[in-house]
Write a protein that binds this ligand. Structure first.
Ligand SMILES: [Zn+2]
Length: 253
């Protein structure tokens, strides 16, 4: 089991990578379930992900509230994370972001966002679209409480990603590396699909068998996955925080 210090370092790296890869900007956030206390999770206080340091990481409980005295403002939309951890015991890490390239697919019903490129396969065969207005009418579109969060988590179901109409996306995965990778490739997959639509004609999505074959070959700490994590971390200027796994083949740290 990784120690807390390693977990928090990885979470800081995840924040920096998502910023460098332009998945998040001033807004958007990433969290990780507490490895020893699965009802709790770690997330930064209200701060742009690129600026997150060790002291900015806070521990929140199942209701999305801090478990220790905390006077600093927290992310308004932390309930996205709390509700997904509540609904999905298999999920270890969650990202919420507003990446521009995915937005059209939450707005236009004509073309569903599905995997079209090999690296996009991890978003899963089905990407549901959650519309906050369906249940809550006119809001400011933000996930401001557990009721909003639970409705989103219900729409996500057992999928990896849900689009949020006119707002962004939420992604969930079995590991931090996996959720970061998925969130980096999600906008790229969306961009490839948008460009393909401009060329016209039939769109060829990845076949279910291809998505399954990609997933079968995935391991969170494999050499291939580590390669991307190490590259992104270095590009984001935080290679010094990397904790190398003991083995490069599918073993957890
Ligand atoms: Zn948001």
């Amino acid at each position: 089991m990784p120690n807390i210090d390693t977990v928090i370092k990885d979470l800081i790296i995840a924040n920096r990578i998502l910023a460098k890869e332009e998945v998040v900007d001033a807004y958007g956030h990433v969290s990780m379930r507490h490895p020893d206390n699965p009802k709790h999770f770690f997330i930064a206080r209200s701060l742009a992900p690129d600026l997150v340091e060790r002291d900015d990481i806070v521990e929140l409980g199942p209701d999305g509230q801090p478990v220790r005295d905390e006077t600093r403002p927290l992310y308004l939309e932390r309930f996205i994370h709390a509700a997904i951890y509540e609904a999905r015991p298999d999920v270890q890490a969650v990202v919420h972001a507003h990446a521009e390239d995915i937005l059209p697919f939450g707005i236009a019903k004509a073309t569903p966002l599905r995997p079209v490129i090999h690296s996009g396969s991890f978003i899963g065969a089905r990407v549901p679209v959650w519309d906050i207005a369906d249940k809550f009418g006119d809001t400011d579109l933000l996930v401001r409480n557990m009721d909003h969060g639970r409705d989103l988590a219900q729409c996500l179901g057992s999928n990896n990603v849900a689009l949020m109409r006119g707002h962004g996306f939420a992604s969930a995965a079995r590991s931090l590396i996996e959720v970061v990778r998925m969130s980096v490739y999600l906008p790229r997959n969306a961009r490839a699909l948008l460009h393909a639509k401009q060329l016209g004609g039939e769109i060829k999505y990845l076949r279910q068998g291809e998505i399954d074959a990609r997933n079968r070959g995935y391991s969170p700490y494999s050499t291939e996955t580590w390669r991307a994590w190490e590259y992104w971390a270095t590009k984001a200027g935080c290679s010094h925080m990397l904790t190398k796994p003991d083995h490069a083949h599918g073993h957890k740290k």
